[in-house]
Design a protein around this ligand. Structure first.
Ligand SMILES: Nc1ncnc2c1ncn2[C@@H]1O[C@H](COP(=O)(O)OP(=O)(O)O)[C@@H](O)[C@H]1O
Ligand SMILES: [Mg+2]
Length: 259
């Protein structure tokens, strides 16, 4: 499935978005290198989802532009998998049928896709869930199915908008690890949107920290912790340093008002 047009880099230049008269985002400059795992961390309403939709080519910026491999993005990105906070699975399709929707819509080889779907189910701890309907799965399993759906066509880019936001902290921690392992095997370019400082540090090569609305980039932090990273990140002194830096930034911005 690999070919020359695969993603090398994503660059968003001077991107801003207005909804009517209201500035919702930016302007921001974002660059994601090939195979890089980048988190976008920011308070609710700062424009994270807006930024992700613009990067996906699903929403037109009011100002600025996006380039993929140096080429202007003028229509929705295709070599991409997208995961949202809600699993958005079709209730009348089984788990594997939901994943194979990608194959049907994209006209991919059935056999190859079934094989890859089965492998993903195994990697994601979903073995045995193939023939179950979404309502028969736990929240964590539903979200795992939606991740399988985003990866079954082996896209070069993975865009995730608070994918673990609806999960409890224990499931979230496990999902963080499983996603990291998957990413280590395939090294896709990932944009991971979150409001969890710990999750961002646990997953990222680099964290982009955004201000309150209208979101601008206020800080970028390179996370050079070894991988795979453990469940409890507090064992690294660097973790405390990164987290302290981000909390201080949020306090300075007035995101927090601790007295
Ligand atoms: N379609 C829309 N129409 C009008 N306002 C919107 C729309 N989508 C988002 N907004 C507003 O834009 C701002 C940024 O939204 P969003 O990108 O969803 O932020 P985040 O994902 O960081 O919570 C918010 O104030 C939100 O209410
Ligand atoms: Mg959002």
């Amino acid at each position: 499935m690999k070919h020359d047009s695969r993603c090398r880099s994503i660059v968003a230049s001077n991107v801003a978005k207005n909804y009517g008269d209201i500035l919702a985002l930016g302007p921001v400059n974002v660059k994601i290198d090939e195979g890089e795992f980048v988190s976008v961390l920011g308070p609710s309403g700062c424009g994270k989802s807006t930024l992700m939709l613009i990067i996906a080519g699903l929403l037109e910026p009011t100002v600025g532009f996006v380039e993929v491999n140096g080429k202007l993005l003028e229509s929705p990105m295709t070599d991409v998998g997208v995961v949202f906070q809600d699993h958005l699975l079709l209730e009348f399709r089984t788990a594997i049928q939901n994943v194979l929707l990608q194959q049907e819509v994209r006209g991919l080889d059935r056999k190859v896709s079934v094989q890859r779907a089965k492998e993903l189910f195994k990697t994601l701890g979903l073995t045995g869930a193939e023939e179950r309907y979404p309502r028969q799965l736990s929240g964590g399993m539903q979200q795992r199915v939606s991740i399988a759906r985003a990866l079954v066509h082996d896209p070069a880019v993975l865009l995730m908008d608070e994918p673990f936001g609806a999960l409890d902290i224990i499931s979230r921690t496990q999902m963080r690890h499983d996603l990291e392992r998957l990413w280590m095997e395939s090294r896709k370019s990932v944009v991971f949107i979150t409001h969890s400082i710990e999750e961002a540090i646990g997953l990222s090569d680099r964290i982009i920290v955004m201000s309150n609305s209208p979101g601008r980039i206020v800080e970028e932090i390179r996370i050079d912790l070894p991988r795979p990273r453990p469940a409890y990140l507090g064992k690294y002194p660097e973790f405390a340093k990164f987290a302290d830096e981000i909390y201080k930034t949020f306090e300075a911005l007035g995101v927090y008002h601790f007295k």
